[in-house]
Write a protein that binds this ligand. Structure first.
Ligand code: HEC
Ligand code: HEC
Length: 372
């Protein structure tokens, strides 16, 4: 049986604070390491545009200024998060790429490729349907546990993360400020991921050309953008029976992804049992859910190539060719996946429209950047 010991460095003295059998979870709590400093967190109200839905509130993790700031520090901290100090969350969720990584499938600290493409982290506060492509994490803070310990991602051990946080010069006071803890030993995995989730919930993207034209009336679409919006992307104004892209069926405004799980027809497999990645089916165990993935946001889509859960399409042109070609007639394909004619002019219009979903201010907003 493995035995582990924990040490807390305090005032230059190292005190062995517990040696026990490895059970996983948090190191044992001992009475040492009082933290000084303020402990009254300041409630934070999310600034949500009036045309957005109400954010999903997590009563177990209310937002506070100090919690968000702590989460931002951890999100960007390679030393704390990865076993070799080489990567943080931000290595795969890069602000300049709308918090994706530009790879078809993510590569972790061991240079091994994972099975899926990194997701954009914008507007997570509005997703009621579970996180990850397959919805496998029901709560945002719970999601953050996994990349830390995944061998294909940060390949760390939570006990090691907590040991570093508890013995750090700066973090204990930040945990006290955010969560009111009195003692270093009260810094837990749950508080760590809750802080990260608080930071993530503040990342709101609502400053694209689309927002300026449609909701703020301070800008205009070009002719091509207008054509893309009115007659192609959205489904209004289309005579019944017309073969039509209808992207807005599933990628509807203002989120441009309704977070529901669907098979959008990308996979050419013989039967529902043959998906390489079962997606939602892997979570629910239901065969009919195999090959269904969460409908993601198209906000900032021009920046987040390659596309789909496995990054199979390098460009948006390839994505449009897929949808225009229709699916593969599997019984669980969404009924809105039907082929449609797409002229070069219409294709250019759809691409122009998709370009209006880019939010440049998000990419440099210092509230979401690495702390200095
Ligand atoms: C090695 C690259 C990598 C690292 C490091 C990484 N992620 Fe991710 N992230 C991914 C991939 C790939 C997915 C999609 C996972 C899936 O669907 O199974 C993802 C998905 C997510 C999602 C889900 C978003 C949504 O809309 O459902 C969140 C939130 C997230 N990551 C946060 C984090 C946080 C927080 C960290 C650091 C603790 C982190 N990630 C570290 C690659 C990475
Ligand atoms: C039936 C619902 C549905 C319709 C209609 C639809 N999509 Fe999708 N879309 C999805 C789903 C589900 C996914 C995720 C599939 C996956 O990754 O396996 C997706 C993924 C995407 C992606 C990749 C996003 C990323 O982050 O990698 C793009 C781009 C996209 N769709 C664009 C469009 C466009 C443009 C149209 C119209 C031509 C369209 N979609 C129509 C459901 C739909």
């Amino acid at each position: 049986m493995l035995r582990t010991c924990y040490f807390i460095g305090l005032l230059g003295l190292f005190a062995a604070i517990g040696c026990g059998e490895e059970v996983g979870g948090d190191p044992p709590v001992v009475d040492s390491g009082a933290i000084q400093g303020p402990s009254a967190p300041t409630p934070y109200a999310l600034e949500v545009p009036d045309y957005f839905p109400a954010p999903v509130v997590d009563p177990d993790n209310p937002l506070t200024e100090e919690g968000i700031e702590l989460g931002r520090h951890i999100f960007y901290d390679k030393e704390i998060l990865s076993s070799d100090g080489s990567m943080s969350c931000a290595s795969c969720h890069r602000q300049e790429l709308a918090f994706t990584d530009g790879l078809n499938r993510s590569v972790g600290i061991r240079q091994l490729e994972g099975g899926r493409s990194a997701m954009s982290l914008v507007n997570l506060a509005f997703n009621p349907n579970g996180f990850n492509w397959d919805g496998s994490s029901t709560r945002l803070w719970e999601q953050a546990i996994h990349p830390v310990e995944d061998m294909l991602e940060l390949d760390n051990d939570w006990e090691e993360v907590l040991r570093k946080l508890r013995t750090h010069d700066d973090y204990p006071a930040r945990f006290r400020a955010a969560f009111g803890v009195d003692n270093r030993s009260e810094i837990t995995r749950e508080l760590t991921v809750k802080a990260i989730a608080q930071f993530e919930r503040t990342i709101i993207s609502a400053d694209s050309k689309y927002d300026r034209v449609v909701y703020r009336n301070t800008d205009f679409f070009t002719e091509a953008e207008q054509l893309g919006a009115d007659s192609l992307f959205f489904v209004e104004n289309v005579p019944p029976g017309t073969l039509h892209p209808g992207c807005g069926h599933c990628h509807n405004a203002p989120g441009f992804g309704d977070n529901r799980f669907r098979n959008n027809g990308i996979e050419d497999v013989a039967s529902l049992d043959d998906f390489v990645d079962k997606g939602l089916g892997g979570v629910t165990g239901s065969r009919f859910d195999n090959g269904k993935f969460r409908t993601p946001t198209l906000r900032n889509i021009a920046l987040t190539a390659p596309y789909m859960h496995d990054g199979r399409f390098k460009t948006l042109e390839e994505v449009l060719d897929h949808y225009a070609g229709g699916g593969h007639d599997l019984e669980n394909e969404d009924p809105n996946i039907t082929g449609f004619p797409l002229t070069e002019r219409q294709k250019a219009a759809l691409l122009a429209f998709l370009g209006t979903l880019t939010d440049e201010s998000l990419l440099t907003d210092e509230r979401f950047s690495a702390p200095r």
